[in-house]
Design a protein around this ligand. Structure first.
Ligand code: SF4
Length: 541
C-alpha cells in the first residue's frame, strides 16, 4: 500500500511522523511525506490574523496531485493545526475520495471531533495501529476493524471506539525517523518542492532552537513519556490513557547513537543535536554515563536538551556537559506553592528548582545560559502568586534566560477540565485553537516578567520592585495613567520588533495575499539562511 503522510508543523523534523514513515517502509509499504509548514500555528506569528484556509489553492492543488496515487493519507496535528488539517482533509476526500487518518495529540484527546473530519483516528502511539489498519484494508476488511487497538472509526453511521492499545516497551524495534529525500516534499516559496539536501539544511537551520545558536540542528527523541503529569501538559492525558502501563520508555544508547552517526554521515551540514525527550534525565545513571561516553566518541557536536527540576543531578549534568551539552531548557513554570500544587508540580517546588539551577550554574562557563520556562496569565493566580514567581526569579543564580508562555488550557489536559468546570473556557476557537502562548495580558507583574527575560535585569532592583509597598503604589489607581502610558510605549516597542518577524517573512517571500500591518497569510518558508538569526536585544521584550 502507498501512504502519504502530511505534517503541518513549522518544524519539519517531526520525530513521530517520520518514525511512522520509517515503520511503514520497514514493512514493505511505500510512503510519501509532504511537509506543509503552517506558520500561522507558530508562536512567532501570534499577531498575524489567521485565515481558516491556511494554504493557497496552488499548494492544495499540488498536494492533491502528489497524493493522487496513494491509498491512504495520514495527517498529524496538535490543536493549533486543526484548521490546516481540516483544509487538507477536505481537499483529499472531496477530490480524491481517499481514506484519511488523523493522529497526534489533538486527535488523541478529541477523537469525536476529529472523526467528523477524518475516516480514522489514531489515539496515542500509532506505529502498530497503522500497520494493522493497512493489513485490514488490503484484505478488504474495512468493516471489521474491531480488534485494532486505539482506533476510532466509523461503521456506517456509527462511530466505533476500540479499546486502548498496549504501549510498545522496546522502542528499539522501531527504525530511526525517515530522513530520505526521495518521495519527500517541502513547502517552500509558496510551492511544494521535491526534497533536497539543501532544502533540508535550510529548514533545519531555521528551527527555533537552531536559530538561537546559529547552528544547523537535528531534533530527535531518545525516549518517550514523562514520569510527571503536570495538569497543563499533554502527559497528564497520556498517563491517564495508559494507566497501569509503563509509560516512560527509553531507546537503547546504541540505537540512538546509531541514528545520530547515520544522519551526520548522510547530511554532514548537521552540526548540532537537540533531544526533545520529556524525561531525558530519567535515564538511570549508568545508562546516562554510557550515552555521554558514546556521544563524545562518535558524535561530538554540541547538543540541547530538556530537564525538569529534581531530576538534574551533578553527576549526570557534569557528564553531559563533558559530552558537549550546550544548553538546557528547564521547566520552572511557577514560583507559588499554591499554583505548583494546582499544576501537580509540588515535587518540583522552589527548593528543587534552586538546587537544579545551582548545579546548572556550576558549569556556566562551559555552556550557553540555560533557558528556564515559565507560565503566566493563569486565571487562578492572585497578585501574591505572581509576585512569588518574580521572587523566585530574583533568587535564581545567573546566568539564565527566561522563556515565558501564556497559559493555554489545551483540550485533554486536566487543567482544561478544571477551567471548563470553572467557566473559564467560553470560546475554544479563539481562546485555545487560535490562541498562541506568546499573547499576554498587560499588567505590572507581566512587565517585570518580561523585563527579567534576558536574565540581565538586576536582582536587587527586581526585589525592590516586588516589595509589597512598591507594588501597592505601582498598581494603585493613582498610578494607572502612568502605567497605561508605560504599557503603551512598551507595546509599541514590541510591535516594532514583531513587525520585523513579518517583514522578514515578507522580504523572503513567505507571505502571500493581503498584508496589512499584522494581517498576513504565510504559505511557506523561503531563503531560509537569511531568516536565521541569533537572539537580539529585542528578545528581552
Ligand atoms: S515535567 Fe514537563 S513534560 Fe513532564 S508532565 Fe510536566 S510539563 Fe509535561
Amino acid at each position: 500500500m502507498k501512504v502519504t503522510l502530511i505534517s503541518p508543523y513549522p518544524d519539519v523534523t517531526n520525530y513521530g511522523l517520520r518514525t511512522l514513515s520509517a515503520v511503514l517502509k520497514q514493512h514493505g509499504h511505500a510512503c510519501q511525506m509532504i511537509f506543509m509548514p503552517d506558520f500561522a500555528g507558530d508562536g512567532e506569528y501570534a499577531h498575524v490574523e489567521k485565515d481558516e484556509n491556511r494554504y493557497s489553492q496552488q499548494v492544495i492543488d499540488q498536494m492533491i496531485d502528489l497524493a493522487k496515487d496513494s491509498d491512504m493519507v495520514g495527517i498529524t496535528l496538535m490543536t493549533h493545526y486543526f484548521d490546516s488539517a481540516k483544509q487538507i482533509t477536505r481537499a483529499v476526500k472531496d477530490r480524491l475520495g481517499l481514506p484519511v487518518i488523523w493522529g497526534g495529540f489533538h486527535p488523541s484527546v478529541r477523537p469525536d471531533e476529529s472523526i467528523r473530519w477524518a475516516d480514522y483516528v489514531a489515539v496515542g502511539d500509532a506505529e502498530d495501529l497503522i500497520l494493522q489498519l493497512i493489513d485490514k484494508l488490503e484484505k478488504g476488511q474495512a468493516d471489521d476493524l474491531h480488534d485494532i487497538k486505539s482506533l476510532i472509526w466509523r461503521k456506517g453511521d456509527k462511530v466505533i471506539r476500540n479499546m486502548v492499545g498496549t504501549l510498545e516497551q522496546d522502542l528499539d524495534l522501531y527504525p530511526a525517523p525517515d530522513f530520505d529525500l526521495e518521495d519527500h516534499w517541502y513547502l517552500f516559496e509558496g510551492e511544494l518542492r521535491p526534497a533536497s539536501a539543501d532544502l533540508l539544511r535550510r529548514y533545519l537551520r531555521n528551527g527555533t532552537i537552531s536559530r538561537m545558536f546559529g547552528l544547523t540542528g537535528y531534533q530527535t527523541m531518545t525516549g518517550r513519556g514523562c514520569p510527571h503529569a503536570c495538569t497543563y501538559c499533554g502527559n497528564s492525558f497520556y498517563r491517564d490513557l495508559y494507566k497501569r502501563q509503563r509509560y516512560v520508555r527509553y531507546r537503547s544508547v546504541d540505537h540512538t547513537i546509531a541514528e545520530l552517526v547515520d544522519i551526520k554521515k548522510r547530511y554532514p551540514f548537521i552540526n548540532f543535536f537537540w533531544f526533545s525527550d520529556d524525561s531525558f534525565f530519567g535515564r538511570p545513571l549508568p545508562d546516562m554515563l554510557y550515552f555521554c561516553e558514546e556521544y563524545k566518541k562518535k558524535v561530538g557536536d554540541p547538543f540541547y536538551l530538556l530537564g525538569s527540576p529534581g531530576t538534574i543531578t551533578d553527576e549526570k549534568y557534569g557528564a553531559l556537559v563533558d559530552a558537549g551539552l550546550l544548553c538546557i531548557q528547564m521547566g520552572v513554570e511557577h514560583g507559588s506553592p499554591r499554583i505548583q500544587k494546582m499544576f501537580k508540580r509540588s515535587t518540583m517546588g522552589n527548593d528543587k528548582i534552586i538546587k537544579s539551577a545551582e548545579i546548572i550554574t556550576k558549569y556556566a562557563d562551559r555552556t550557553a545560559p540555560p533557558q528556564y520556562d515559565l507560565v503566566y496569565d493563569l486565571a487562578y493566580e492572585t497578585l501574591e502568586d505572581k509576585l512569588a514567581t518574580l521572587e523566585l526569579i530574583s533568587n535564581l543564580p545567573k546566568p539564565y534566560r527566561l522563556q515565558v508562555f501564556s497559559i493555554i488550557y489545551y483540550p485533554g489536559t486536566s487543567l482544561h477540565t478544571i477551567a471548563e468546570r470553572d467557566g473559564l473556557v467560553n470560546d475554544e476557537k479563539a481562546e485555545i485553537y487560535d490562541r498562541m502562548y506568546s499573547e499576554r495580558h498587560d499588567s505590572y507583574t507581566n512587565t517585570l516578567l518580561f523585563l527579567a527575560r534576558s536574565g540581565k535585569f538586576p536582582h536587587p532592583l527586581l526585589k525592590l520592585l516586588i516589595d509589597r509597598r512598591v507594588v501597592e503604589i505601582m498598581t494603585s489607581d493613582y498610578m494607572e495613567p502612568a502605567g497605561k502610558a508605560f504599557q503603551g510605549a512598551l507595546s509599541l516597542f514590541r510591535k516594532a520588533f514583531r513587525n520585523e518577524a513579518v517583514a522578514r517573512a515578507k522580504a523572503l517571500g513567505t507571505i502571500t495575499g493581503r498584508l496589512k500591518e499584522f494581517d498576513a497569510r504565510l504559505t511557506g518558508m523561503t531563503g531560509a539562511d537569511a531568516g536565521a538569526a541569533a537572539p537580539t536585544a529585542a528578545d528581552a521584550f
